[in-house]
Design a protein around this ligand. Structure first.
Ligand SMILES: [Zn+2]
Ligand SMILES: [Zn+2]
Length: 244
């Protein structure tokens, strides 16, 4: 009875379309939104996690990783993130509300989904520390929170890995990557990250967390800075992977 009353007073809604969810726990997508979200699954590039369209292709390194191997050892994402043509895609809607309408409360359900759906790709016992991709202080002031910290915190809780949001810093304010073409993204973030004074990552196996993997430029640059300062390995976890 109490549950029925609570459902009326605080109805559980889909985090994307806000449809009423009579029989689902809070912080979920409704069935129809869930069905429209495509998980990233094999076949894909074993290094950067780029998914391939056809099953017959099998797992193989993509052209980008063959030509210029990324500094991280593995990147995985939960779901495919369609480019702008599908503005009403549930994952686009919810990430947009999370980041640009500054709804920090979405961090917990999205982080929990991320941890659940990506657990099979990682071995938590072989990771020492989670490092969220940092925001420039000015951007952090505007948003009020770092979305990668909220996502990484849930993954850390679920997998038993500590998180340190203060190790990596963003020393230059860059133009938002989402406003740039793919080829302009790497130069935009070059040299933008550094290790905070007094901190060390020496010999640590790190999991770098971000919201969206598009060109990989941001996580490449973060991984480079961490490895340059002695990290043993960097793996990457993102909520979404941009696909054409
Ligand atoms: Zn929905
Ligand atoms: Zn690749």
């Amino acid at each position: 009875m109490l549950e029925a009353v609570l459902d009326v007073v605080f109805p559980q809604c889909c985090i994307a379309c806000e449809a009423w969810l009579p029989s689902r726990p809070p912080g979920c997508f409704c069935r129809s939104c869930d069905e429209r979200i495509v998980s990233v699954r094999p076949p894909f590039c074993p290094r950067c996690g780029r998914p391939y369209l056809h099953e017959w292709q099998g797992d193989h390194l993509c052209g980008g990783c063959l030509l210029r191997p990324p500094p991280f050892s593995m990147a995985r994402s939960w779901a495919c993130y369609p480019r702008s043509s599908e503005a009403l895609h549930p994952l686009r809607q919810v990430i947009h509300r999370f980041k640009y309408s500054r709804q920090a409360s979405l961090g917990q359900p999205l982080g929990q989904l991320l941890a659940q759906r990506c657990q099979r790709w990682f071995r938590p016992s072989s990771l020492d520390l989670i490092i969220p991709v940092p925001l420039h202080p000015r951007r952090l002031r505007w948003r009020g929170f770092n979305q990668s910290v909220l996502l990484g915190r849930e993954a850390g809780r679920a997998w038993g890995i500590p998180l340190d949001p203060l190790v990596l810093t963003r020393k230059t304010e860059t133009v938002p990557q989402s406003t740039l073409s793919l080829k302009d993204r790497q130069p935009n973030v070059r040299g933008a990250f550094s290790i905070a004074p007094g901190r060390t990552v020496e010999n640590l196996r790190l999991l770098l967390v971000d919201d969206i993997y598009t060109s990989g430029a941001t996580v490449n640059e973060c991984a480079r800075a961490l490895l340059h300062r002695g990290a043993r390995e960097v793996q990457v976890l993102t909520l979404a992977r941009a696909v054409s």
